[in-house]
Design a protein. Structure first.
Length: 266
């Protein structure tokens, strides 16, 4: 035993110089052993060469809070049409029925919720496209057209809809129509229809903060349009989004050892 301990100690001593020379990995690549650098909170929002605000980076949050919590007590129920109010109550009572748990996309609002996400402006000068890349649910993405095109007259409903964007000063305004009705607007089950019209206003108020004001209008589900506000925070320097394993209909996360309530264990 004494000899084994001596050999182990010698190996650790020999490896120490090599480990000391290993380069630091980005935190999201190297976990808690990666570098921890302070964020320049007091700095203003950066700008691109053409003068527009640079919104790029890895962000967290910005669409994860349930809508009910962002409104006055009881306000959401007053906004829902009768069928939508009943559907909302049924969904809240049915634990584990969120399509997002089965690797379905979360729609344009929830692409920023729950996981880290990256915003990409392309090209960096006079951007024609903006992409939102989500870390979760099989690396889903959303594209925003910045080239002045109009919405199609009869868009085919999709998970993220058809989004066009424009700048109003330092605020990015995104207009979205053409979504399907298969996803929940939030984790609490707020319903919507294919008539949903979303207008988002993204403002980088400082270097580390991105405010997102979202106006939701859906005459098929709501009595009137309303606005909710979210806040996203910039990730630490060198942050990266990670690969995420999730496939359609994976039965409530079976690869992670989870199962839908009442389902037999794998």
């Amino acid at each position: 035993m004494t000899r084994r301990l001596a050999v182990a100690a010698a190996l650790r001593a020999a490896a120490a110089p090599i480990l000391a020379q290993a380069p630091d990995l980005p935190r999201r690549l190297g976990g808690e052993n990666g570098p921890r650098r302070a964020l320049p909170v007091s700095r203003p929002a950066p700008k691109l060469p053409d003068g527009t605000v640079d919104l790029s980076g890895v962000w967290t949050g910005g669409g994860d809070a349930p809508i009910e919590r962002l409104l006055k007590p009881g306000e959401l129920e007053s906004l829902l049409l009768p069928w939508a109010k009943q559907r909302y109550a049924e969904r809240k009572a049915a634990d584990g029925s969120d399509p997002y748990f089965y690797c379905m996309p979360g729609g344009p609002l929830r692409i920023t919720g729950g996981f880290a996400w990256r915003l990409v402006q392309h090209p960096t000068t006079s951007s024609t496209h903006i992409f939102m890349l989500q870390e979760g649910n099989a690396h889903t993405f959303r594209q925003i057209f910045m080239d002045g095109r109009a919405h199609p007259e009869d868009p085919s409903p999709t998970w993220y809809g058809h989004s066009t964007g424009r700048w109003e000063g330092g605020t990015l305004v995104v207009d979205t129509i053409g979504v399907n009705d298969r996803f929940w607007l939030d984790s609490e089950g707020t319903p919507h229809t294919e008539q949903l019209h979303m207008v988002e206003r993204f403002t980088r108020t400082d270097f580390t903060t991105l405010r997102r004001e979202v106006t939701l209008a859906d005459p098929g589900a709501f009595t009137r349009p309303f606005t909710v506000t979210y806040t996203a925070r910039l990730g630490t320097p060198d942050s990266e989004i990670l690969e995420y394993f999730c496939i359609e209909n994976n039965q409530y996360g079976l690869p992670q050892g989870l199962a839908a309530p009442g389902a037999p264990k794998p």
